[in-house]
Design a protein around this ligand. Structure first.
Ligand code: GRF
Length: 208
């Protein structure tokens, strides 16, 4: 069984989706820990109620970013993960941390990367007049919101949409593509070559 550790900062709806699909679909994996950088992260209670080990590594307790990264890595490594999943984890992680988990660290970002890395993606998409938005699951590299793309979802922009409506529709798709990407990873079906991710069954890597 592959071991998955999930990092959250907030409500953890993507974490919930992954935990549920993992159990329902009988992945060759289990979520062995959920770790938050904020004690008030809403998803901790849900994870604990499922019997999953939860932990907090509070970033406010560390003056230096590197010290936080080291403490977080120590907490993660105690669970011997094959895969580390960032699910609404809102701290930038240093290059050393990212390197330590190279090729086994996934993130989801609510835009069609490489456009709109960073915050307020839906607002920026609306301001730019985009006709479609979406979400991207990618392997994490030291550059923020970059890295080889595993799967994307595409959501049309409708007349009257505001950033909250868009965010809600995109989030529904995140709950599909993130579990799918994690499942492929633990099944050993993802290959990365030259920065391009392929799926060994030639399954579609886009949800429209
Ligand atoms: C999601 O929109 C994700 O793409 C972004 O942060 C949000 C997290 O939501 N990185 P949740 O905590 O998984 O509910």
């Amino acid at each position: 069984m592959k071991r998955i550790v999930i990092l959250i900062s907030g409500r953890g709806s993507n974490m919930e989706a992954i935990v549920q699909r993992c159990a329902e679909q009988g992945w060759p994996a289990q979520v062995v820990a959920v770790i938050a950088n904020r004690p008030q992260a809403g998803g901790l209670a849900w994870a604990a109620a499922q019997g999953i080990t939860t932990q907090v590594v509070d970033h406010q307790a560390y003056a230096a970013r590197a010290a936080f990264d080291d403490a977080m890595a120590a907490a993660i490594d105690a669970h011997r993960p094959d895969l580390v999943v960032l699910a609404g984890f809102m701290r930038v992680l240093g290059a050393g941390f990212v390197q330590h988990y190279a090729d086994r660290l996934l993130n989801i970002h609510p835009s069609l990367l490489p456009v709109f890395p960073g915050l307020h993606t839906h607002r920026r998409a609306l301001q730019a007049g985009c006709k479609a938005v979406g979400a991207t699951v990618h392997f994490v590299t030291p550059e923020l919101d970059h890295g080889p793309i595993v799967m994307q979802s595409v959501v049309p922009v409708r007349p009257g949409d505001d950033e909250h409506k868009l965010a809600a529709r995109v989030l529904d798709t995140e709950h599909v593509i993130y579990p799918q990407a994690a499942r492929w990873f633990v099944e050993g079906k993802l290959k990365v070559a030259g920065g391009i991710v392929t799926q060994s069954d030639h399954a579609s890597q886009i949800l429209i």
